[in-house]
Design a protein around this ligand. Structure first.
Ligand code: EPZ
Length: 420
């Protein structure tokens, strides 16, 4: 797998526009299967995870055409009630999001269990419970989920946890069921809202999305449509932290300020200058060492778990002790050991990490274990003295498009080195 070679301790300067949201693109690509007619999706980021999702759609018989850079037309007419390939589900858990559409299209689905990953066991019990509340008979057989949906009906689904994926899968199935389905304790993430906008354009009536109670009035036959994906708030947050950790000054363009409020507020708390230029552009500048603060990741609109690792890298350089509590995933601290190789001092106690800030980090050979851990190591390398090599860049390419090029355009000294 390729690696990044970074020469650190250089302030980032300039401006960067973020790309389409990975976590909006994946469910919306899956949702195109809900109808026989084609849909065209714009502003799709060119990421490994997106390519995997396209492979999943094609493995089920859909045809996917590249219309332009970032624009794809999906022709789902020839969709077959096939099983998505295990290796694709294993490679990317979000492939499980085709389950709702398959149940809706064929009244049945047989999908491999996604299994766990580096950040946790990632169960799907809430997806299955949600389907069951809508009349789907679900059984599990040697690593597969089998769902029978001949007798689907509208109803009320309560999610024990506001799971993003479960909300999305249930919403997609409900979008084809006449009558009123209520999803209580639904996820409020902006990417769920983006999916709801797409489903509404297809003909479903959805209200309350973005709150904890979503009401879906579905229609048996939905229509394909054209849609432009929202931009990626986590990519934007990552660049904001990059500006802060390198004591630079960067304008980050393209994401609604409100969607990043929790991250921007925390940056201000540690002494970063954050200036809202307009609704979609923010200036982030830092001159001195960050102060310590405490972070608790929560479902939206709380501090996003997908920004926890990146913010930890910043707090490793703070002038004090910070406590980071990860409430969303049970083991999302794999980046700690790698940050310690760069001189960070972090003590993990269960779901909390105590970060004792140090004056400086030093470059080292480190390895990315998952997408956001990899991003955190790149940020630490940008700030560290000397050279850092981040191995396992494939993890980073899953969620960041041309990260090294974008950082280099801001003055970072970073290059991609393919395996010798
Ligand atoms: C989505 O994952 C995102 N992925 C994740 O982003 C993100 O971290 C996560 O939401 C939380 O915001 C995509 O949207 C493709 P969840 P998802 O279901 O849907 C538990 C990234 O870096 N849970 O909200 O899988 C689960 O174990 C990725 O871009 C159940 O217990 O997240 C976890 O502890 C990483 N049972 C918590 O809920 C279930 O049936 C949150 O999971 C489902 C989830």
């Amino acid at each position: 797998m390729a690696k990044f070679r970074i020469w650190g301790n250089r302030p980032l300067q300039g401006e960067i526009t973020v790309g389409g949201s990975k976590n909006a693109a994946l469910p919306i690509l899956a949702a195109t299967l809900l109808t026989e007619s084609p849909s065209t999706i714009h502003n799709v980021p060119d990421l490994l995870d997106v390519r995997t999702m396209i492979m999943v759609l094609e493995s089920l018989g859909a045809r996917v055409e590249t219309v332009d850079r970032g624009s794809y037309t999906i022709y789902p007419q020839q969709l077959k009630p096939l099983e998505p390939p295990y290796e694709l589900i294993r490679k990317m858990r979000a492939s499980f999001l085709v389950t709702g559409p398959l149940l809706a299209r064929f009244g049945k689905a047989q999908v491999p269990l996604p299994g766990g990953c580096a950040i946790g066991s990632r169960p799907i019990d809430l997806h299955l419970k949600g389907f069951a509340h809508l009349g789907v008979e679900v059984s599990m057989r040697s690593g597969y989920i089998e769902g029978w949906a001949e007798k689907v009906h509208s109803g009320e689904v309560y999610l024990d946890f506001p799971s993003v994926g479960a909300t999305e899968n249930v919403m997609m199935l409900a979008a084809t069921i006449e009558g009123e389905t209520v999803i209580a304790n639904a996820a409020r993430e902006p990417e769920v809202v983006d999916l709801a906008h797409f489903l509404s354009l297809m003909g479903a009536e959805i209200s309350g999305v973005g709150s904890d109670t979503v009401v879906v009035r579905g229609r048996k036959h939905l229509e394909g449509c054209s849609y432009t994906i929202m931009n990626d708030r986590i990519e934007a947050g990552t660049f904001c932290v990059a500006a802060a950790i390198t004591k630079g000054e960067v304008i980050v363009r393209g994401v609604e300020y409100a969607l990043l409020r929790s991250v921007l507020t925390k940056l201000e708390e540690v002494g970063v200058q954050v200036e809202k230029i307009d609704e979609y552009d923010v200036l982030v500048a830092m001159k001195e060492r960050p102060h310590a603060t405490n972070i608790k990741t929560m479902p939206y609109p709380g501090f996003p778990t997908d920004m926890q690792a990146q913010f930890m890298a910043l707090l490793c350089l703070a002038d004090g002790v910070s406590v980071i509590t990860e409430t969303v995933f049970e083991s999302r601290f794999a980046h700690v050991g790698e940050l310690e190789r760069m001189g960070a001092k972090v003590q993990v106690e269960g779901r909390s990490a105590v970060v004792m800030g140090v004056e400086r980090l030093t470059g080292a050979m480190v390895t990315a274990t998952d997408l956001r851990a990899g991003a955190a190591l790149v940020l630490a390398g940008l700030a560290a003295e000397g050279m850092t090599e981040v191995n396992g860049v494939g993890h980073i390419d899953r969620g960041y498009e041309r990260l090294e090029e974008k950082l280099a355009s801001l003055g970072a000294s970073i290059e991609r080195v393919s395996d010798e």
